[in-house]
Design a protein around this ligand. Structure first.
Ligand code: SIN
Length: 506
């Protein structure tokens, strides 16, 4: 008689522990589902949410105004129906989860009203924040809340390696728990694995942002979309260890100066420092190239008093003055696994939320402080839908992962990641051209082939992260190569490239 392999089950399995994954778990448990949330993170700080600075946008009672700003920042490319969902549900989701359930102490003014902040491309102050360290002040209480919930099991340091598929449906994941490839079967599987920062040499993401969910979903046959829209943040510290200097600084009055000491953003856009992020990032790159450097001048604002966490990071990096050298840095992927307004992917039983998902809300360029909001709103919607399916976990035949060969050669992953990052930086950065994209695709295909040769007989998190990074990079290159139109974050420098429509008027 064959032995039943070890396995675990859950009604709803969530992969990832940022705000989106946490919201799925919360809502699914509220609907009486038994939830297992696995995360490769060992500390909250391993999730991008924990690193979020600026805050979470609300609609502040005026969804139409927020919708106009989201659409304008996306250069008119965001899906209006998806944006409607976001703006209509924004205030209720924030009220329900962040204020009533978790009791987050967002910053207030002296009169006790919320201290709403403004960021680039927002026409008004509507962003709730805690200092400029909002992510950690939201995520840590959220994880503590889930830890105490009797319908939710949180397993840290547990990576998903592959989706379990059977007859076109997803039934859970294979994990890197012992024994290697241990499956968790689920009625619904929700990917909330975050972004792709590790594909670039400079990123504002934690190191573990290796595109895992996108790669696993695409390899299982799920549709992906808008992957060419990789967003670069204009203001990361220009040093060995880049760290984010929140857009909220410019929202309060910080300005850019180029190497000649001149303020330049007014020459690029009527909203100057508060123009959409893609416009500002390209302007900063141009001025750096032409004048040697760009600094963010924080002298117009009460930097230490209003932004103590960022001021502290500056001191830790030996920065004392009011002028902080900055350079653009990979920040957020606007596209991802294609989902509908409940986070449903094209594969039965599979959902995706947060940065790994493409809801249509961001189009070609995301508006500041809408990523936590999108994660929260879609997380709640997907949690409800996933629990509502009432599909029971089914134990199906899962692929066995092979782990017969010795460990990876020393520096194998590090060297391959360096090659991958260099390729992405050179050809799939702020500016692209068709020849460069084609060359990058060829390099990435070779790289993936080299990595695949190892995954046939070895199974380790490190190797699968590398595999996922290669697959996601190739998908980005393919999407970029197939899109001849410069729009938002996909900016082609070829002279005959069709240009974007004029700015969408507010
Ligand atoms: C920031 O604080 O500048 C980042 C906000 C965001 O990415 O939405």
């Amino acid at each position: 008689m064959s032995e039943t392999p070890p396995h675990d089950t859950a009604d709803v399995l969530v992969v990832g522990s940022g705000i989106a994954g946490c919201a799925v778990a919360l809502q699914a448990a509220r609907e009486d589902a038994d939830v297992c949330l696995i995360t490769k993170a060992e500390r909250p700080a391993d999730a991008s949410t924990d690193w979020a600075q600026g805050g979470i946008s609300t609609a502040r009672g005026d969804p139409e105004a927020l919708k106009r700003d989201v659409l304008a920042a996306s250069d008119g490319t965001a899906d209006p129906n998806a944006v409607d969902v976001l703006v209509r549900e924004a205030d209720a989701a924030v009220e329900d989860v962040l204020l009533e359930t978790l009791g987050i102490g967002f910053d207030e003014r002296e009169d006790g009203a919320f201290d709403y902040a403004r960021e680039a491309a927002h026409s008004e102050r509507r962003i709730l924040h805690v200092d400029a360290a909002t992510g950690r002040h939201v995520l840590r209480p959220f994880l503590n809340y889930l830890d105490d919930h009797d319908r939710i099991e949180v397993r840290q340091d547990t990576a998903a390696l592959e989706l379990v598929t059977h007859e076109g449906r997803v039934h859970g994941v294979l994990t890197d728990e012992e024994p290697t490839g241990n499956p968790i079967y689920a009625g619904a599987t929700v990917l909330a694995t975050g972004g792709i920062g590790a594909l670039y040499p400079r990123s504002t993401n934690p190191d573990g942002a290796t595109g895992d969910g996108i790669s696993m979903a695409a390899l299982a046959g799920a549709d992906v979309a808008d992957l060419e829209y990789v967003q670069f943040h204009p203001t990361a510290f220009d040093g060995e260890e880049p760290f984010l200097l929140s857009e909220a600084l410019r929202g309060e009055g910080a300005v850019f100066r180029n190497g000649d000491g001149r303020r330049f953003m007014t020459e690029y856009h009527s909203d100057a420092e508060l123009a959409p992020r893609d416009v500002v990032a390209r302007a900063v790159a141009t001025e750096r190239e032409e004048t040697g450097e760009v600094v963010l001048d924080v002298s117009p604002i009460a930097f230490d008093a209003e932004f103590p966490t960022i001021a502290e990071s500056c001191r830790e990096h030996g920065l004392e003055g009011a002028e902080i050298p900055v350079a653009p840095c990979e920040h957020f992927l606007c596209g991802g696994i294609d989902v509908d307004d409940r986070g449903r992917t094209s594969l039965e039983g599979l959902y995706a939320v947060g940065e790994c998902a493409r809801t249509g809300v961001h189009g070609a360029n995301r508006l500041a402080s809408t990523s936590l909001l999108e994660g929260l709103v879609w997380g709640l919607r997907a949690g409800e839908a996933a629990a509502g399916r009432k599909a029971k976990p089914r134990v199906v035949d899962a692929t066995e992962l092979r782990d017969s060969d010795p460990a990876l050669p020393e520096r194998f992953s590090a060297e391959k990641f360096t090659r991958l990052q260099r390729t992405m930086n050179d050809s799939l950065g702020l500016e692209r051209d068709p020849d460069g994209i084609a060359r990058a695709s060829a390099v990435l295909r070779r790289l993936k082939g080299e990595v695949d040769a190892y995954t046939r007989t070895r199974t380790s998190r490190e190797l699968y992260e590398l595999r996922n990074a290669c697959v996601t990079a190739l998908l980005i290159a393919r999407a970029a190569g197939e899109n001849p139109e410069s729009r938002g974050c996909h900016h082609l420098v070829r002279e005959d490239a069709p240009t974007a429509e004029p700015e969408v008027p507010r």
